[in-house]
Design a protein around this ligand. Structure first.
Ligand SMILES: *Cc1c(COP(=O)(O)O)cnc(C)c1O
Length: 352
């Protein structure tokens, strides 16, 4: 049977009023790709699987939560939604609002949103406001506006986002037949780690999986409030999707770490960029810089012997690499310029 989107596929497990019509772009059902070359490269004697969330309709995992948040909002008569966003939430909100035929307002940090994400928000007809400030400032504006205007907030303080996002954990188990031993993922606002943990716990409680994974979350070193245990006022990282100083789901992330016996650690921008290129070059999978924090994370954890040999690990790749072409072009060598000649081509190729 054809895939129906995460609400219809998992409706009995999602806390959504009965009979709510799904606003869907058929999100979910993303591939779980085994990455043996990556495992060998980082010296891991076990199995690594990539949950490639870049293959959702707007090219990030945000679609899973947005389908649920928008469906509920429309069922309650909402005419407009609003969100603060480092980019992917706004792309998803704009697309699902367009699908529903309602308005979307998105508030982004000026100058700190990747080109692909901005192009999605504007193409889907959202009203985009660029705040002189960072994500945390944008989020404060959103909550203030929502107190005074008839708009539904679709940031991850909206618990329906988490309900939708937990379906990624179900999909992982549905493919592997059980939960993995470790689940690595980037942590920004920490909604996703909270959601995966919820999903894994539900499947384990119902006997669908015989185990729970250790949750292994990674923040960028310049934006690692959960790691250092205090809010970061001026978060900095090349990975704009996790450039967050005061995570909305901080408590959920800490609970996921503590209950699962996992960790929340940080990786440097240099480690993120190295993992970003390595993943694309050695497995043919292109993910955006923030996503590569999960790969940098497993590399670090393996090097510190924090991952049992022979175990199975899943790394979530939260968004597609094409979201952020600017960073990709910047970290790679420029194309070699040649004249229209076979000799010059062979010489440049090193095959002459
Ligand atoms: C939103 C996002 C994150 C961070 O997810 P949280 O739920 O905020 O922790 C990471 N990577 C990408 C690509 C994202 O869009």
């Amino acid at each position: 049977m054809a895939w129906r989107g995460v609400i219809e596929e998992y409706r009995e497990r999602i806390e959504l009023d009965a009979g709510v019509e799904a606003i869907t772009l058929l999100e979910g059902n993303t591939p779980l790709i085994e990455a043996p070359r990556l495992a060998a490269t980082i010296g891991f004697d076990g199995r690594i699987f990539l949950k490639y969330e870049g293959l959702n309709p707007t090219c990030s995992f945000k679609d899973r939560g947005m389908t649920v948040a928008l469906s509920a909002a429309v069922a309650r008569g909402a005419k407009a939604v609003i969100c603060a966003s480092t980019g992917n939430t706004s792309a998803a909100a704009a697309a699902y609002a367009a699908r529903a035929g309602i308005r979307a307002f998105v508030i982004v940090p000026e100058g700190n949103i990747a080109l692909g994400k901005l192009s999605q928000a504007v193409m889907h007809g959202a009203r985009v406001l660029a705040v002189r400030g960072n994500f945390d400032d944008a989020f404060r504006v959103v909550t203030g506006v929502a107190e005074q205007a008839q708009v539904t907030v679709v940031n991850s303080i909206n618990p329906l986002r988490i309900q939708g996002q937990k379906t990624a954990a179900f999909e992982v188990c549905d493919v592997l037949g059980r939960a993995p031993d470790y689940h690595f993922l980037p942590v920004g606002n920490a909604g996703n780690i909270t959601a995966y943990w919820l999903g894994y716990k539900e499947y384990e409680a119902d006997g669908v999986s015989d185990r729970l994974p250790k949750m292994m979350g990674f923040q960028a070193a310049g934006a690692a409030p959960i790691v250092i245990g205090q809010q970061v006022d001026d978060p900095q990282t090349i990975a704009s999707a996790i450039r967050i100083g005061n995570p909305v789901s901080w408590k959920g992330a800490a609970a996921a770490r503590d209950e699962s016996g996992g960790i929340i650690d940080s990786v440097t921008d240099r480690q993120i960029i190295e993992a970003y290129q390595q993943l694309a070059a050695c497995e043919g999978v292109f993910a955006e810089p923030a996503s590569a924090a999960s790969i940098a994370g497993i590399k670090k954890a393996v090097s510190e012997s924090r991952v049992e040999p022979g175990s199975t690990a899943v790394c979530t790749l939260t968004g597609h690499g094409l979201k952020d072409p600017t960073n990709a072009i910047e970290v790679c060598p420029e194309p070699t310029k040649i004249g229209p000649s076979v000799e010059e081509a062979l010489q440049a190729m090193g095959l002459d």
